[in-house]
Design a protein around this ligand. Sequence first.
Ligand code: SAM
Length: 234
Amino acid sequence: LYVDAGLAAGEAFEADRNQFHYLAHVIRAEEGAELLLFNGRDGEWLARISYPTRKKIMLHPVEQTRPQPPLADLTYLFAPLKVGRMDYMVQKAVEMGAGRIQPVMTQHVQGKPGKSDRLAANIIEAAEQCGVLAVPELLEPVKLADLLEKWEPGRRLIFCDEADAHQNPVSALRQVREGKLALLIGPEGGFSDEERAMLRSLPFVTPIPLGPRILRADTAAVAALSVIQATIGD
Ligand code: SAM
């Protein structure tokens, strides 16, 4: 269960409304029940619950069961889509090992960057569901040109572009030497010719194809993350 509070032995804290509902009504946890907590900072903790009153639950961290791992060094950059599909895409990016997630505004973007609260809640829920203790960071939306202009030295950008259909993504990725990576998936309308030319001219960009079919952006995200993890991932 994800909590905001700091986790340390002997430092009990009160479950908030949503946690109370989940513990008391969904899983019907009883006095003394044990559960695992994480907050994205202090690793994973075994905790016990107590009910000082019928309307209040206290969570008592007992011992750390896993140390806090570092954030995965893979940034997932995506052009916003319709809300429901973006929810799916962000959830899958967490499951597939992205450490930072950032909306990127390109020329043909149709969706809005998305409410950051909703995206952040999705990220936490996905981390909870798949046991990721280092909750990925959600970064502010950025324009593609600004992002490229201030690119972090030493980070390679894997650019998914259907224009390279004849190539093999695995051999393209095997050439990648940098450990720090970012993955860019375009909007439903694709990249503009100008954006494509700009991306291809940059020395830190590696374009990769994902096969001869045009995939929806959310499918492309899952496919690209799988190939990256299978080829050069941890
Ligand atoms: N409307 C665009 C077109 O017809 O050219 C298609 C855009 S596609 C739906 C959305 C994004 O998914 C693309 O910008 C690209 O990043 C990625 N993508 C989809 N299919 C791909 C493929 N076969 N190879 C590489 N990237 C792909």
